[in-house]
Design a protein around this ligand. Sequence first.
Ligand SMILES: *Cc1c(COP(=O)(O)O)cnc(C)c1O
Length: 400
Amino acid sequence: MSLANGRHTLAIPGPSVMPDRVLQAMHRPAPNIYTGALVELAATLVPDLKTVAQTRHDVAMYIGNGHAAWEAALANVLAPGDEVLVPATGNFSHGWAGMAERMGIGTRLIDFGKRQALDPARVAEALDADKERRIKAVLCVQTDTATSVKSDVAALSAAMKATGHPALLMVDCIACLGCDEMRMDDWGVDVMVAGCQKGLMTPPGMAFVFFNPRAAERRAAMAQVSSYWDWVPRANPEQFYQYWCGTAPTHHLYGLREALDMIVHEEGIEAVWARHQALAGAVWAAFEAWEKDGPLELNVRDRAIRSTAVTSLRIGAPTGTELRTWLTEAAGVTLGIGLGMATEEDPKSDGFFRVGHMGHLNTHMLMGTLGAIQAGLDALGIAHGAGGLEAAAKACAAGS
Ligand SMILES: *Cc1c(COP(=O)(O)O)cnc(C)c1O
Protein backbone atom coordinates (compact mmCIF):
# COMPACT_ATOMS: atom_id res chain seq x y z
CA MET A 1 0.00 0.00 0.00
CA SER A 2 1.31 3.47 -0.82
CA LEU A 3 -0.19 6.89 -0.36
CA ALA A 4 2.04 8.13 -3.19
CA ASN A 5 -0.27 6.87 -5.93
CA GLY A 6 -2.32 9.49 -7.73
CA ARG A 7 -0.98 12.46 -9.70
CA HIS A 8 2.65 13.11 -8.78
CA THR A 9 3.56 16.72 -7.97
CA LEU A 10 6.89 18.25 -8.92
CA ALA A 11 7.74 21.08 -6.55
CA ILE A 12 11.34 21.71 -7.55
CA PRO A 13 12.58 25.13 -8.66
CA GLY A 14 12.64 24.32 -12.33
CA PRO A 15 11.70 22.76 -14.54
CA SER A 16 8.33 23.76 -13.16
CA VAL A 17 4.88 22.26 -13.58
CA MET A 18 3.70 22.54 -17.18
CA PRO A 19 0.04 23.43 -17.77
CA ASP A 20 -1.90 20.73 -19.63
CA ARG A 21 -2.73 23.43 -22.18
CA VAL A 22 0.96 23.94 -22.90
CA LEU A 23 1.51 20.21 -23.34
CA GLN A 24 -1.54 19.87 -25.56
CA ALA A 25 -0.44 22.78 -27.73
CA MET A 26 2.80 20.91 -28.39
CA HIS A 27 1.14 17.61 -29.24
CA ARG A 28 1.01 17.87 -33.02
CA PRO A 29 2.88 16.73 -36.12
CA ALA A 30 6.02 18.46 -37.34
CA PRO A 31 5.21 21.80 -38.96
CA ASN A 32 6.72 23.41 -42.05
CA ILE A 33 9.51 25.71 -40.94
CA TYR A 34 9.76 27.71 -44.18
CA THR A 35 6.36 29.31 -44.52
CA GLY A 36 2.99 29.25 -42.86
CA ALA A 37 1.53 29.35 -39.40
CA LEU A 38 4.68 28.63 -37.41
CA VAL A 39 6.60 31.45 -39.06
CA GLU A 40 3.83 33.89 -38.15
CA LEU A 41 3.57 32.50 -34.64
CA ALA A 42 7.23 33.20 -33.80
CA ALA A 43 6.81 36.92 -34.39
CA THR A 44 3.88 37.03 -31.96
CA LEU A 45 6.06 35.78 -29.12
CA VAL A 46 8.31 38.82 -29.18
CA PRO A 47 5.92 41.52 -27.90
CA ASP A 48 4.62 39.21 -25.19
CA LEU A 49 8.11 38.34 -23.98
CA LYS A 50 8.80 42.08 -23.80
CA THR A 51 5.67 42.57 -21.70
CA VAL A 52 6.82 39.88 -19.29
CA ALA A 53 10.21 41.65 -19.00
CA GLN A 54 8.60 45.13 -18.99
CA THR A 55 10.84 46.39 -21.77
CA ARG A 56 10.30 48.30 -24.99
CA HIS A 57 13.66 47.25 -26.34
CA ASP A 58 14.95 44.03 -27.91
CA VAL A 59 14.91 40.32 -27.25
CA ALA A 60 16.93 37.56 -28.91
CA MET A 61 15.67 33.98 -28.65
CA TYR A 62 17.95 30.94 -28.59
CA ILE A 63 17.56 27.17 -28.53
CA GLY A 64 19.20 26.43 -25.21
CA ASN A 65 18.89 26.38 -21.45
CA GLY A 66 19.81 29.03 -18.91
CA HIS A 67 23.50 28.41 -19.39
CA ALA A 68 23.08 29.21 -23.07
CA ALA A 69 21.47 32.53 -22.12
CA TRP A 70 24.43 33.27 -19.85
CA GLU A 71 26.95 32.62 -22.61
CA ALA A 72 24.91 34.45 -25.24
CA ALA A 73 24.70 37.55 -23.08
CA LEU A 74 28.42 37.57 -22.29
CA ALA A 75 29.43 36.89 -25.89
CA ASN A 76 27.62 39.95 -27.24
CA VAL A 77 29.11 42.62 -25.01
CA LEU A 78 32.36 41.29 -23.51
CA ALA A 79 35.64 40.28 -25.07
CA PRO A 80 38.61 38.36 -23.67
CA GLY A 81 40.57 40.73 -21.44
CA ASP A 82 37.49 42.66 -20.30
CA GLU A 83 36.52 42.53 -16.64
CA VAL A 84 33.21 42.06 -14.86
CA LEU A 85 32.14 42.66 -11.27
CA VAL A 86 30.05 39.88 -9.72
CA PRO A 87 28.20 40.50 -6.44
CA ALA A 88 27.41 36.88 -5.47
CA THR A 89 24.36 35.81 -3.44
CA GLY A 90 24.60 32.04 -3.80
CA ASN A 91 25.34 29.40 -6.34
CA PHE A 92 24.42 30.92 -9.66
CA SER A 93 26.55 34.06 -9.53
CA HIS A 94 29.56 31.77 -9.20
CA GLY A 95 28.35 29.74 -12.18
CA TRP A 96 27.95 32.78 -14.40
CA ALA A 97 31.30 34.17 -13.25
CA GLY A 98 32.95 30.82 -13.98
CA MET A 99 31.56 30.87 -17.47
CA ALA A 100 32.92 34.39 -18.00
CA GLU A 101 36.36 33.19 -16.84
CA ARG A 102 36.28 30.38 -19.39
CA MET A 103 35.66 33.03 -22.06
CA GLY A 104 38.77 34.93 -20.99
CA ILE A 105 36.85 37.61 -19.11
CA GLY A 106 38.37 38.69 -15.80
CA THR A 107 36.01 38.48 -12.81
CA ARG A 108 36.02 40.42 -9.55
CA LEU A 109 33.80 38.72 -7.01
CA ILE A 110 32.13 40.30 -4.00
CA ASP A 111 30.74 37.37 -2.04
CA PHE A 112 27.68 38.16 0.07
CA GLY A 113 27.43 34.57 1.31
CA LYS A 114 24.33 32.39 1.15
CA ARG A 115 21.78 34.21 3.27
CA GLN A 116 21.91 37.89 2.35
CA ALA A 117 21.04 40.07 -0.61
CA LEU A 118 23.79 41.98 -2.35
CA ASP A 119 24.62 45.41 -0.95
CA PRO A 120 24.40 48.03 -3.71
CA ALA A 121 26.71 50.37 -1.76
CA ARG A 122 29.53 47.81 -1.89
CA VAL A 123 29.08 47.44 -5.63
CA ALA A 124 29.14 51.23 -6.02
CA GLU A 125 32.31 51.38 -3.92
CA ALA A 126 34.02 48.87 -6.22
CA LEU A 127 32.95 50.85 -9.29
CA ASP A 128 34.16 54.10 -7.74
CA ALA A 129 37.53 52.52 -7.07
CA ASP A 130 37.80 51.44 -10.70
CA LYS A 131 39.28 54.70 -11.95
CA GLU A 132 40.59 53.12 -15.14
CA ARG A 133 37.11 51.89 -16.05
CA ARG A 134 38.29 48.33 -16.55
CA ILE A 135 35.00 46.85 -15.32
CA LYS A 136 32.69 46.56 -18.32
CA ALA A 137 29.68 45.00 -16.64
CA VAL A 138 28.11 44.00 -13.32
CA LEU A 139 26.60 40.50 -13.33
CA CYS A 140 23.69 40.21 -10.91
CA VAL A 141 21.40 37.25 -10.21
CA GLN A 142 17.98 38.57 -9.20
CA THR A 143 16.88 35.36 -7.47
CA ASP A 144 19.53 32.83 -6.58
CA THR A 145 17.69 29.53 -6.95
CA ALA A 146 19.96 27.70 -4.51
CA THR A 147 19.70 30.12 -1.58
CA SER A 148 16.34 31.69 -2.55
CA VAL A 149 17.87 35.11 -1.88
CA LYS A 150 16.33 37.88 -3.97
CA SER A 151 18.32 41.05 -4.57
CA ASP A 152 16.95 44.54 -5.19
CA VAL A 153 17.82 45.16 -8.83
CA ALA A 154 16.34 48.68 -8.88
CA ALA A 155 18.49 49.72 -5.91
CA LEU A 156 21.58 48.19 -7.48
CA SER A 157 20.93 50.03 -10.71
CA ALA A 158 20.41 53.35 -8.92
CA ALA A 159 23.63 52.91 -6.95
CA MET A 160 25.53 52.10 -10.14
CA LYS A 161 24.12 55.13 -11.97
CA ALA A 162 25.06 57.41 -9.07
CA THR A 163 28.73 56.51 -9.54
CA GLY A 164 28.73 57.64 -13.19
CA HIS A 165 30.60 54.44 -14.04
CA PRO A 166 29.65 53.15 -17.52
CA ALA A 167 29.51 49.41 -16.63
CA LEU A 168 26.49 47.60 -18.03
CA LEU A 169 24.01 46.08 -15.60
CA MET A 170 23.37 42.46 -16.63
CA VAL A 171 20.76 40.52 -14.68
CA ASP A 172 20.00 36.78 -14.53
CA CYS A 173 16.23 36.32 -14.14
CA ILE A 174 16.30 32.66 -15.13
CA ALA A 175 14.70 31.51 -11.87
CA CYS A 176 12.16 34.23 -11.51
CA LEU A 177 11.02 35.87 -14.75
CA GLY A 178 7.23 35.72 -14.54
CA CYS A 179 7.39 35.24 -10.72
CA ASP A 180 9.31 38.06 -9.01
CA GLU A 181 8.59 41.58 -10.21
CA MET A 182 10.95 42.71 -12.98
CA ARG A 183 10.76 46.11 -14.69
CA MET A 184 13.70 46.02 -17.00
CA ASP A 185 13.39 49.53 -18.48
CA ASP A 186 12.23 51.37 -15.35
CA TRP A 187 15.00 49.77 -13.35
CA GLY A 188 17.70 50.57 -15.90
CA VAL A 189 18.72 46.99 -16.65
CA ASP A 190 20.88 46.83 -19.78
CA VAL A 191 20.90 43.07 -20.41
CA MET A 192 18.54 40.51 -18.89
CA VAL A 193 18.64 36.74 -19.39
CA ALA A 194 15.95 34.12 -18.86
CA GLY A 195 14.92 30.60 -19.82
CA CYS A 196 11.49 29.16 -20.59
CA GLN A 197 11.31 26.33 -18.04
CA LYS A 198 10.69 28.11 -14.78
CA GLY A 199 8.23 31.01 -14.54
CA LEU A 200 7.36 30.61 -18.22
CA MET A 201 5.98 27.07 -17.74
CA THR A 202 7.41 25.57 -20.96
CA PRO A 203 9.72 22.53 -21.24
CA PRO A 204 13.45 23.42 -21.03
CA GLY A 205 14.93 24.39 -24.38
CA MET A 206 14.47 28.09 -25.06
CA ALA A 207 16.61 30.93 -23.74
CA PHE A 208 16.14 34.68 -24.00
CA VAL A 209 18.48 37.65 -23.92
CA PHE A 210 16.81 41.04 -23.58
CA PHE A 211 18.95 44.10 -24.28
CA ASN A 212 18.57 47.86 -24.42
CA PRO A 213 20.20 50.49 -26.67
CA ARG A 214 23.18 50.94 -24.31
CA ALA A 215 23.94 47.22 -24.63
CA ALA A 216 23.31 47.34 -28.39
CA GLU A 217 25.89 50.12 -28.64
CA ARG A 218 28.41 47.95 -26.81
CA ARG A 219 27.60 45.07 -29.14
CA ALA A 220 28.19 47.31 -32.17
CA ALA A 221 31.65 48.19 -30.88
CA MET A 222 32.70 44.53 -30.48
CA ALA A 223 35.47 43.40 -32.84
CA GLN A 224 33.65 40.09 -33.40
CA VAL A 225 30.83 37.95 -32.04
CA SER A 226 30.33 34.31 -33.00
CA SER A 227 27.54 33.78 -35.47
CA TYR A 228 25.56 31.48 -33.19
CA TRP A 229 25.50 33.82 -30.20
CA ASP A 230 25.18 37.11 -32.13
CA TRP A 231 21.95 38.72 -31.02
CA VAL A 232 21.70 41.16 -33.94
CA PRO A 233 20.03 38.91 -36.56
CA ARG A 234 17.95 37.18 -33.88
CA ALA A 235 16.47 40.45 -32.66
CA ASN A 236 15.79 41.81 -36.14
CA PRO A 237 15.36 38.78 -38.37
CA GLU A 238 14.76 39.24 -42.07
CA GLN A 239 13.87 35.58 -42.32
CA PHE A 240 12.46 33.09 -39.86
CA TYR A 241 15.73 31.14 -39.95
CA GLN A 242 17.61 34.07 -38.44
CA TYR A 243 15.65 33.91 -35.22
CA TRP A 244 17.34 30.60 -34.46
CA CYS A 245 20.50 30.51 -36.59
CA GLY A 246 19.05 27.33 -38.11
CA THR A 247 16.07 25.09 -37.44
CA ALA A 248 13.46 26.49 -35.09
CA PRO A 249 12.57 24.82 -31.77
CA THR A 250 9.25 24.02 -33.44
CA HIS A 251 7.19 22.52 -30.63
CA HIS A 252 8.55 24.84 -28.00
CA LEU A 253 7.10 27.72 -29.98
CA TYR A 254 3.58 26.29 -29.70
CA GLY A 255 4.08 25.61 -26.02
CA LEU A 256 5.47 29.05 -25.28
CA ARG A 257 2.67 30.70 -27.29
CA GLU A 258 0.12 29.00 -25.03
CA ALA A 259 2.04 29.87 -21.87
CA LEU A 260 2.31 33.53 -22.88
CA ASP A 261 -1.40 33.59 -23.67
CA MET A 262 -2.03 32.49 -20.10
CA ILE A 263 0.48 34.89 -18.53
CA VAL A 264 0.10 38.02 -20.63
CA HIS A 265 -3.35 37.88 -22.21
CA GLU A 266 -5.43 36.03 -19.62
CA GLU A 267 -4.02 36.56 -16.14
CA GLY A 268 -1.82 39.63 -16.79
CA ILE A 269 1.77 39.96 -15.68
CA GLU A 270 1.01 42.13 -12.64
CA ALA A 271 -1.55 39.59 -11.43
CA VAL A 272 0.96 36.79 -12.01
CA TRP A 273 3.46 38.60 -9.77
CA ALA A 274 0.76 39.19 -7.14
CA ARG A 275 -0.21 35.50 -7.20
CA HIS A 276 3.40 34.50 -6.65
CA GLN A 277 3.68 36.97 -3.79
CA ALA A 278 0.54 35.64 -2.11
CA LEU A 279 1.44 31.96 -2.52
CA ALA A 280 5.01 32.58 -1.37
CA GLY A 281 3.50 34.28 1.68
CA ALA A 282 1.68 31.03 2.44
CA VAL A 283 4.91 29.03 2.14
CA TRP A 284 6.70 31.45 4.49
CA ALA A 285 3.81 31.41 6.97
CA ALA A 286 3.95 27.60 7.15
CA PHE A 287 7.70 27.41 7.62
CA GLU A 288 7.78 30.33 10.05
CA ALA A 289 5.38 28.34 12.25
CA TRP A 290 7.23 25.05 11.83
CA GLU A 291 10.66 26.57 12.49
CA LYS A 292 9.62 27.75 15.97
CA ASP A 293 10.61 24.34 17.33
CA GLY A 294 13.06 21.70 16.06
CA PRO A 295 15.75 21.76 13.39
CA LEU A 296 13.88 23.37 10.50
CA GLU A 297 14.90 26.90 9.47
CA LEU A 298 14.21 29.20 6.53
CA ASN A 299 17.50 30.00 4.80
CA VAL A 300 16.58 33.66 4.35
CA ARG A 301 15.45 35.46 7.51
CA ASP A 302 14.08 38.68 6.04
CA ARG A 303 10.88 38.38 4.00
CA ALA A 304 11.87 41.40 1.89
CA ILE A 305 14.76 39.49 0.33
CA ARG A 306 13.02 36.14 -0.18
CA SER A 307 12.19 35.10 -3.70
CA THR A 308 8.56 34.45 -4.52
CA ALA A 309 9.61 31.60 -6.83
CA VAL A 310 11.52 29.26 -4.52
CA THR A 311 12.18 28.76 -0.81
CA SER A 312 15.38 27.22 0.53
CA LEU A 313 15.28 25.42 3.88
CA ARG A 314 17.87 24.21 6.40
CA ILE A 315 17.10 21.14 8.49
CA GLY A 316 20.48 19.47 9.17
CA ALA A 317 22.09 16.46 7.47
CA PRO A 318 20.89 13.89 6.64
CA THR A 319 17.35 14.97 7.51
CA GLY A 320 16.89 17.12 4.39
CA THR A 321 17.49 14.18 2.10
CA GLU A 322 15.45 11.82 4.29
CA LEU A 323 12.47 14.15 4.22
CA ARG A 324 12.68 14.61 0.45
CA THR A 325 12.96 10.85 -0.08
CA TRP A 326 9.96 10.19 2.16
CA LEU A 327 7.87 12.78 0.32
CA THR A 328 8.67 11.31 -3.09
CA GLU A 329 8.16 7.70 -2.07
CA ALA A 330 5.32 7.96 0.41
CA ALA A 331 3.44 11.14 -0.49
CA GLY A 332 3.80 11.70 -4.25
CA VAL A 333 5.56 15.07 -4.17
CA THR A 334 9.15 15.80 -5.21
CA LEU A 335 10.93 18.69 -3.53
CA GLY A 336 14.16 20.35 -4.67
CA ILE A 337 17.54 19.17 -3.44
CA GLY A 338 19.88 21.36 -1.44
CA LEU A 339 22.14 23.01 -3.99
CA GLY A 340 25.48 24.69 -3.50
CA MET A 341 25.22 24.53 0.30
CA ALA A 342 27.92 21.93 0.85
CA THR A 343 30.20 22.22 3.86
CA GLU A 344 32.89 19.89 5.17
CA GLU A 345 30.39 18.23 7.53
CA ASP A 346 27.69 18.05 4.85
CA PRO A 347 29.46 17.56 1.51
CA LYS A 348 26.29 16.67 -0.39
CA SER A 349 24.01 19.37 1.05
CA ASP A 350 21.89 16.64 2.71
CA GLY A 351 20.83 19.13 5.36
CA PHE A 352 18.92 21.30 2.93
CA PHE A 353 15.89 21.15 0.68
CA ARG A 354 13.95 23.56 -1.45
CA VAL A 355 10.33 24.10 -2.35
CA GLY A 356 9.71 25.42 -5.85
CA HIS A 357 6.60 27.60 -6.06
CA MET A 358 6.99 29.07 -9.53
CA GLY A 359 4.77 29.24 -12.55
CA HIS A 360 1.64 27.12 -12.86
CA LEU A 361 0.60 27.05 -9.22
CA ASN A 362 -2.55 27.64 -7.23
CA THR A 363 -3.72 27.42 -3.63
CA HIS A 364 -4.79 23.80 -3.99
CA MET A 365 -1.46 22.66 -5.39
CA LEU A 366 0.56 24.58 -2.83
CA MET A 367 -1.54 23.53 0.18
CA GLY A 368 -1.16 19.93 -1.03
CA THR A 369 2.62 20.23 -1.03
CA LEU A 370 2.68 21.92 2.38
CA GLY A 371 0.28 19.31 3.79
CA ALA A 372 2.54 16.54 2.51
CA ILE A 373 5.55 18.23 4.15
CA GLN A 374 3.63 18.33 7.45
CA ALA A 375 2.93 14.59 7.05
CA GLY A 376 6.61 13.97 6.36
CA LEU A 377 7.72 15.88 9.44
CA ASP A 378 5.28 13.79 11.51
CA ALA A 379 6.15 10.48 9.87
CA LEU A 380 9.88 10.96 10.41
CA GLY A 381 9.44 12.29 13.93
CA ILE A 382 11.08 15.63 13.09
CA ALA A 383 10.27 18.16 15.78
CA HIS A 384 8.47 21.25 14.50
CA GLY A 385 6.31 24.09 15.71
CA ALA A 386 2.52 23.80 15.45
CA GLY A 387 0.08 25.56 13.16
CA GLY A 388 2.00 25.69 9.87
CA LEU A 389 -0.91 24.60 7.71
CA GLU A 390 -3.31 26.87 9.57
CA ALA A 391 -1.01 29.79 8.95
CA ALA A 392 -0.61 28.91 5.27
CA ALA A 393 -4.36 28.62 4.78
CA LYS A 394 -4.87 31.98 6.45
CA ALA A 395 -2.24 33.53 4.20
CA CYS A 396 -3.98 32.12 1.10
CA ALA A 397 -7.32 33.41 2.40
CA ALA A 398 -5.86 36.87 3.02
CA GLY A 399 -4.15 36.96 -0.35
CA SER A 400 -7.18 35.81 -2.36
C1 LIG B 1 18.05 27.47 -13.44
C2 LIG B 1 18.98 28.62 -13.34
C3 LIG B 1 20.13 28.75 -14.14
C4 LIG B 1 20.58 27.69 -15.08
O1 LIG B 1 19.61 27.34 -16.01
P1 LIG B 1 19.80 25.97 -16.83
O2 LIG B 1 18.57 25.94 -17.67
O3 LIG B 1 19.87 24.88 -15.82
O4 LIG B 1 21.03 26.09 -17.63
C5 LIG B 1 20.89 29.89 -14.01
N1 LIG B 1 20.57 30.86 -13.15
C6 LIG B 1 19.49 30.76 -12.34
C7 LIG B 1 19.20 31.87 -11.39
C8 LIG B 1 18.67 29.64 -12.41
O5 LIG B 1 17.61 29.53 -11.61
